[in-house]
Design a protein around this ligand. Structure first.
Ligand SMILES: [Mg+2]
Length: 358
């Protein structure tokens, strides 16, 4: 019998530049592109069959990540992978023991491991987890901060295209006029708002009481991420439900948020990937918190990874790929807000052929 030779998993990475189709503005600033990183994990099985898993890091500037810190971490992680792609817990455990933060870099490796795992199994990740792809919420489509007229026009176009749920970025002096213009342009869409921490707790109470007339389902991160007492203060005085985003990165943040918010917004780039996201969901559920999954500006690769969690969610905000000028990957598709989880193995993602002029 031939000896069973297991090859080590190898990691390579390259820049993934993602220009946006327009300017994306939130209360903290604006941007026109995302400087992400593409990760590939390669492995050859005992029969000589070569497998590849892909992942994506969107450096989370709010938590101090840059493309340079992501690539430095990835070079470090490349030495910790071993030779068994099924040993996801052990591999990610070694990575977490090596660096404490840098969750975007960790998320990319986590995603690529799940992609590799599903491809070797010959199953989509959601199916390998035992989930029902027909279950799950619609995804919202986000509108960045703009003039009331422009936000209203965008909302009208989205409503006419059949999007049932719109998320509005707020946090300027024009908030009331902007939300009012959107509600007038799209009377029947469901609305959520996200202040990205722009208001003081007292400002938040006053804004939310004025905005309640427009039928808002919940408000994400009304005040500073570090002010959990402020979130609790607002929640006790507002009729609009609150969801923690920047205040909740990992499951360790949840204990302090119980009673201060109604739900949490999970992002792969905040928690470090699918394995940690599933842990966050369990801890949130045990504490009677609603669960949303959001994203950064990401290609269909990272969006398709997050979408594997859909059957476990109450709310989804997985629209980062829809804001791109061109998407280098094909993966899950969203139609009328409904994301379809396909049967593609692993994350179900393939590179898109981009034709360039000769
Ligand atoms: Mg948010």
């Amino acid at each position: 019998m031939l000896p069973c030779i297991m090859t080590d998993i190898t990691l390579t990475h390259e820049p993934l530049d993602l220009p946006l189709s327009g300017v994306w503005r939130i209360s903290r600033g604006s941007r026109t592109r995302a400087e992400n990183v593409l990760v590939r994990l390669s492995w050859v099985d005992a029969d000589g069959h070569a497998w590849e898993g892909q992942g994506e890091a969107a450096p989370y500037g709010y938590y101090g990540e840059l493309r340079g810190t992501v690539t430095a971490c990835l070079d470090e992680f490349a030495t910790l992978l071993g030779n068994d792609p099924f040993a996801i817990e052990a591999i990610l455990g070694r990575i977490e023991a090596r660096v404490r933060h840098n969750t975007g870099a960790k998320a990319a490796v986590d995603m690529a491991l799940h992609d590799l795992w599903g491809k070797i199994l010959g199953r989509p990740v959601w199916q390998a987890w035992g989930l029902d792809a027909s279950q799950g919420p619609v995804t919202s489509y986000s509108i960045g901060i703009d003039t009331p007229e422009a936000m209203g026009n965008r909302a009208r176009a989205l409503a006419e295209a059949g999007w049932p749920l719109i998320k509005l970025k707020v946090g300027t002096r024009d908030d009331i006029r902007c939300v009012s213009a959107v509600r007038e342009a799209a009377p029947s869409v469901r609305l959520i708002i996200d202040a990205n921490g722009a208001w003081t707790p007292r400002e938040a109470i006053s804004r939310l009481s004025e905005l309640a007339q427009f039928g808002i389902e919940f408000c994400e991160q009304p005040c500073s991420s570090t002010d959990v007492a402020g979130l609790r203060f607002i929640r006790e005085r507002s009729d609009i439900a609150l969801v923690a985003d920047e205040s909740c990165a990992t499951e360790e943040d949840i204990a302090a948020l119980v009673g201060a918010v109604d739900g949490i917004n999970i992002k792969l780039m905040k928690c470090g990937g699918l394995r940690r996201a599933r842990r966050l969901i369990e801890v949130a559920r045990a504490n009677h918190l609603r669960v949303m999954c959001g994203c950064l500006i990401e290609s269909s690769l990272a969006i398709s990874a997050a979408a594997q969690l859909l059957p476990l969610l109450d709310y989804a905000d997985l629209d980062g790929n829809l804001l791109l000028a061109s998407d280098p990957f094909s993966g899950v598709t969203a139609s009328h807000g409904r994301i379809v989880l396909g049967n593609g193995h692993g994350l179900g993602v393939t590179p898109r052929t981009i034709h360039t002029e000769a």
